[in-house]
Ligand binder design. Structure first.
Ligand code: NAD
Length: 446
């Protein structure tokens, strides 16, 4: 138990995805009494057996530790979990609504209605899901309408954890943001996060709207930063500059910072694409177009498309009949999350162009198989490279960072590489026997 001595809070966590499960497990590690609920019975069955349904480093150990300590349990019964809880967290998905870019609030509102029926005494209903401006007020109305007698407050507590480093991010946050409407709710939230504030991690109290806005503004800003360097990378290629040097030199400026300044195949994942679209939509809805964010969305689509051109170029202008080994399909390393991964744009284009695509990913296969029809899955990079005409590095998993390049080149039909994460140095690739190499924003050869 990492929490300092404090009051143990009773928490219900609705949704056991990347955010809900990590938050629930970490809250129990703070010393709170947590029940995690999901409407997917398979997930609950697995969790009850001590199996984590997603890939997130360190999560299983921490989960088992807190289940054993009797502070953490799982249930499909929302009402039982909510009864008597001090706080009920909504951590369900808010994907992009089909057609208009708006965040789909169906799951949030369905959870709110169910919670309303199950509230027994005073509780704070906390929205952890990323939700548009005004959603927390809407949650309040939905609960009040479904159960006019319910005694409750709402709170907005957006989550900033990164998949792949989720536990560390949750336990050592740059800040926790909490939006509330009164002191009573603030007190409950402060009690829940006391183990963090006692260790000097800032818990910032604000109003509902500002909390909702902080999450979208932060994600749109980070997506902008990535897209900015991706655009600079494209210009570097034209003018003969090296984007790795450029981003290093920029990042040393404390006002800029070196994080989220690595050129690559375009941002993807479960948050940036949908949250930038949702922010753009919020702007339109309020007659205040988010012009920068709208441009970022457009430029990022172009960045992803440019990656297809790079692969086609290295295959001599046509991928038809070529065998291409793709290393990495998840949107970043250390996760199995495939949502909006750049691979989902790039690989279908190669398959569509007539290429035989072999794919390797340490964790992506379970999700990726259904999403990437027409590819063959290989066990490792060397098997995938056998007689291949090109290698494409799409995700910088550690095991792709130190490949035996000579061994790879030897077994390829045409030793060429598109390194879309800039993990190799052109001179090393050349020395290993590759005949052509492209990367992002710097000179290649061949
Ligand atoms: P997810 O899809 O992995 O998990 C959502 C879970 O909620 C699913 O297991 C689903 O079965 C369950 N669920 C849906 N409706 C339910 C209901 N009525 N009752 C019980 N369970 C229900 O989603 P996620 O990636 O954890 O994201 C959740 C939210 O957190 C989103 O709004 C997302 O934008 C936000 N967020 C995600 C991340 C991230 O890195 N994934 C980071 C910060 C914020």
């Amino acid at each position: 138990q990492s929490g300092a001595k404090g009051e143990q809070m009773k928490i219900a966590m609705i949704g056991t995805g990347y955010v809900g499960l990590v938050s629930g497990v970490c809250f129990s590690d703070f010393g709170h009494d947590v029940i995690c609920v999901d409407k997917n019975p398979d997930k609950i069955t697995q969790l009850e057996q001590g199996i984590v349904p997603i890939y997130e480093p360190g999560l299983e150990e921490l989960m088992v530790k807190n289940v054993t300590a009797g502070r953490l349990s799982f249930s499909g019964d929302l009402a039982a979990a909510v009864a008597g809880a001090d706080a009920v967290f909504i951590a369900v998905g808010t994907p992009t609504r089909r057609g208009d870019g708006h965040a789909d609030l169906t799951y949030v509102m369905a959870a709110a209605e169910e919670i309303a029926q199950a509230l027994t005494g005073y509780a704070v209903v906390v929205t952890k899901s990323t939700v548009p401006l005004g959603t927390n007020r809407q949650v309040k109305q939905v609960i009040h309408k479904a159960n006019p007698k319910a005694e409750f407050d709402v709170a907005s507590n957006p989550e900033f954890l990164r998949e792949g480093a989720a536990i560390d991010d949750f336990m050592h946050p740059d800040r926790v943001v909490v939006g509330v409407q009164n002191d009573r709710a603030a007190e409950v939230m402060n009690d829940i996060y006391r183990p963090l504030s006692l260790r000097d991690f800032p818990v910032m109290m604000t109003d509902l709207e500002s909390a909702e806005m902080i999450k979208y503004a932060a994600n749109a800003f980070l997506a902008t930063k990535i897209t900015f360097i991706n655009e600079i990378a494209a210009l570097c290629e034209r003018v003969g500059a090296d984007v790795k040097m450029v981003s290093k030199g920029m990042g040393m400026d404390g006002r800029i910072g070196d994080k989220f300044l690595h050129a690559g195949p375009g941002y993807g994942g479960s948050c940036f694409p949908k949250d930038t679209k949702a922010l753009a939509r919020i702007g339109q809805d309020h007659a205040m177009p988010m012009q920068l964010t709208e441009t970022v969305i457009k430029v990022n689509d172009e960045v992803k498309r440019r990656m297809i051109d790079k692969v086609v170029d290295i295959c001599g202008g046509n991928v038809n009949g070529k065998t291409i080994a793709v290393l990495g399909v998840t949107f970043k390393p250390n996760t199995d999350d495939m949502r909006d991964a750049p691979s989902l744009t790039i690989i279908p284009a190669l398959v569509g162009g007539g290429a035989k695509v072999r794919v390797v990913d340490p964790q992506g296969r379970r999700e990726g198989e259904a999403l990437l029809p027409g590819v063959n899955w290989s066990e490792d990079a060397y098997k995938a490279a056998q007689n291949a005409d090109a290698i494409v590095i799409l995700t910088e998993w550690n095991e792709f960072r130190a490949l035996d390049l000579k061994r790879l080149a030897k077994r390829m039909n045409a030793p060429t590489m598109a390194d879309l994460r800039n993990i190799y140095a052109p001179k090393d690739v050349k020395r290993a026997g590759f005949t052509a190499y492209v990367s992002i924003g710097r000179a290649g050869f061949g």
